[in-house]
Design a binder for this molecule. Structure first.
Ligand code: WTA
Length: 662
């Protein structure tokens, strides 16, 4: 009998255990060493080859990369493709129309199955509907939907007609939605009445109504998918502006021919937090992005589209949902699971029940989820049969070795490879990861750049280091890279390309992450080096939360830090100074209502874990807040060096105040 288990070798140092792929896994693996060799031999030809193999080009490209306009790249610049055609029609034409594209399950347990033929038909209609509403090539469409098939259909329909989607996570507030609609000047918003979360309806359309009430808007129509209230009775309706998706789609033509668009045609804008208060609209285009999404999805997840059932638990509101729920898997003709609700509804075992029910073979999720399952105990997943799983992936934040080992052992039955994948909204696709069947995996390390990707760990001066801690830099352009920040070319250059502008064959891309290169040359990600926090795998900006806090009439000043948290990775901790005239009224509950205020302004994911009312903030002589010291305090550490403070006694005062209120 073949031993399907990976063999493990444990070194003396804790957590340097490594897992070699089993012979059986390696023998059937999609990826192979040859990929590294080919990329090493000729990086551009490697990407061109992958693109030709994985993508259907309406008009084949002859040029691969044009970097003459650095830092804006053009990949496959003279080629033409239709992204939606690649995700749909061609699978049907190849005889795979009956393959399931989506197994969808709603939180209440209702289900829908869409084959590739059915999904293609839905998207064709939706494309005609968009056109009938006046949406043209290049127009922006905001999508504010829950995890229902229409989210996928809407994204693909927008792509199919060469328009640009901006998906806004359904958990964002009306205010955040409005800022994103305005920045992209969206003409249409696609939303739903509401969605099911934790056994209740969480309304969505009312948030869109509230967003659009705030003055003149570019939005002409609101398309509303019926999800939560079959009769729509609870909704406010603006005649002429608001339209039911199901009613409109019934009236349009079923046929739609996908035309090719140029490779650099914008595909989507996705907003992410940066170091300032204003979110950045990260712009991705078509040919290069789809190439990297498809290549990484196939090789990192060892996808066998005929037999695998793949499940990425990310919401389509995040980049992971774009690249690894929509574009990568569908370009590769995968069968996948889409689930609407939360992991603990109606019971704590919901995810594991879904895996058993659908025979999920590949699971891709975030460390924060794994850690909360760990906390709840292994007996919950052990109630379900998880033996269909053969590969596990992690994304969004560093995965601590304990969580990695638990994931492999409890969820992966001690036998599945675990791939820790590092990447960003900006990179479009996975950049650093083991290749299953090829790489010996190491708990806690993302390990090695993928074939065709060049990264270095560099010191402050931008010099690559052999071993030790530094900053992560990407040293060569890659196909899925962002093409800019929507409407702000200067911020694009400044944020990503100014730090290593003088690199030898530069500029190099500054990722904003700290990294360590170990003795084996493996890369460990160490978290952000800027004022971006990572809470449950979601990026939040300290500045954005601070400005939400100071927008409150009580608050004079605010400082926000990301403090380490056992479950969520980091948690938001705020320190606020209350205006003199409100001090009397603001008690402990006051701090609580400020937490609620942030959730209302930005979204529930931004709600601070704690808000401490203090009389002063630690500032340097030039008035800069020293967040590092506040982080020490929030994490219960001894306070670091305070000598550069304008008033060195201030940290003692703050510490006493915080301890009093704890
Ligand atoms: C962090 C999510 C360590 C990192 C795809 C990055 C990770 C930010 C990992 C991007 C990982 C993502 N190990 N850290 N495997 N994956 N990160 O844009 O700090 O939401 O800069 O993209 O998440 O977050 P974003």
């Amino acid at each position: 009998m073949t031993d399907t288990r990976e063999s493990s070798t444990r070194d003396n140092a804790a957590h340097s255990e490594r897992f070699a792929p089993s012979a059986e896994f390696a023998a059937g693996a999609v990826a192979s060493r040859d990929l590294y060799d080919a990329a090493e031999a000729d990086r551009l030809e490697f990407w061109a080859d992958q693109s030709r193999q994985l993508i259907h080009w309406h008009k084949p490209f002859t040029e691969v990369l044009d970097w003459s306009g650095a830092p804006v790249a053009r990949w496959f610049g003279d080629g033409e493709l239709n992204v939606a055609y690649n995700c749909l029609d061609r699978h049907v034409l190849a005889g795979n129309g009956d393959r399931v594209a989506l197994h969808w399950e709603g939180e209440p347990g209702d289900t829908r199955t869409l084959t590739y033929a059915e999904l293609t038909a839905e998207v064709k209609r939706a494309a005609n509907l968009l056109t009938s509403l006046g949406i043209r090539h290049g127009d922006r469409v905001a999508i504010y939907l829950p995890m229902i098939p229409e989210a996928v259909i809407a994204m693909l329909a927008v792509a199919r007609i060469g328009a640009v989607h901006s998906v806004v996570f359904g958990g964002f507030s009306a205010e955040s939605l409005r800022a994103r609609i305005d920045d992209a000047q969206a003409k249409l918003v696609i939303t739903a009445d509401g969605s099911w979360r934790k056994g209740k309806v969480s309304p969505l359309k009312p948030a869109v109504d509230a967003a659009l009430e705030r003055g003149e808007t570019t939005v002409e129509h609101l398309l509303v998918v019926r999800r939560a209230w079959p009769d729509g009775e609870k909704l406010n309706w603006v005649q002429g502006r608001d339209l039911w998706w199901d009613e409109e789609i019934a009236q349009v033509d079923a046929d739609h021919v996908a035309r090719g668009f140029e490779a650099e045609n914008p595909l989507f804008i996705l907003y992410t937090s940066g170091t300032t208060g204003k979110p950045k609209g990260i712009l991705h285009t078509s040919g290069g992005y789809l190439t990297q999404a498809a290549f990484t999805h196939r090789n990192v997840f060892d996808l066998h589209p005929e037999s695998d059932v793949y499940w990425c638990t990310a919401d389509v509101g995040w980049i992971t949902g774009h690249s690894y729920v929509v574009y990568g898997p569908l370009a590769n003709g995968a069968t996948q699971l889409l689930y609407e609700g939360t992991p603990d509804a109606p019971g704590p075992g919901r995810w594991w029940e879904l895996i058993e029910k659908y025979g999920v073979t590949i699971l891709y999720t975030a460390p924060t989820a794994i850690r909360s399952f760990m906390k709840a105990g292994r007996d919950i997943p052990e109630r379900s049969d998880l033996s269909s799983l053969r590969l596990l992936g992690s994304v969004g934040e560093p995965i601590n070795p304990e969580a990695w080992l638990w994931y492999r052992s409890v969820i992966g039955g001690d036998s599945t490879p675990v791939v820790d994948t590092w990447w960003q909204t900006e990179t479009g696709g996975i950049m650093i990861s083991a290749l299953p069947g090829v790489t010996e995996t190491k708990p806690g390390a993302a390990q090695v750049p993928l074939p065709g990707i060049s990264v270095e760990v560099v010191d402050d001066a931008g010099e690559p280091i052999e071993h030790g801690d530094g900053l992560l830099a990407v040293t060569k352009p890659w196909p899925g890279m962002l093409r800019g920040i929507w409407g702000d070319p200067e911020r694009y250059v400044e944020t990503y390309w100014s730090r290593f502008a003088d690199a030898p064959d530069g500029p190099w891309y500054f990722a904003g992450d700290g990294a360590r290169k170990d003795e084996d040359g493996d890369i460990w990600l160490l978290g952000r080096v800027d004022d971006v926090m990572n809470v449950s795998g979601h990026r939040l900006s300290t500045a954005e939360i601070e400005s939400a806090l100071v927008a409150h009439p009580w608050v004079a000043e605010a400082a926000v830090v990301g403090a380490s948290d056992e479950t969520t990775g980091q948690a938001v901790v705020a320190f606020v100074i209350i205006r003199a005239r409100h001090r009397e009224t603001v008690s402990a509950e006051g701090a609580d209502s400020l937490r609620g205020h942030v959730a209302e302004q930005i979204g529930a994911i931004a709600r601070p874990r704690q808000v401490f009312v203090v009389d002063e903030l630690p500032k340097t002589r030039s008035g800069k807040i020293m967040r590092r010291l506040l982080r020490d305090l929030a994490e219960g550490r001894e306070i670091g060096d305070t000598t550069t403070l304008a008033d060195t006694t201030v940290m003692q005062i703050i510490t006493d105040e915080v301890n009093d209120s704890r």
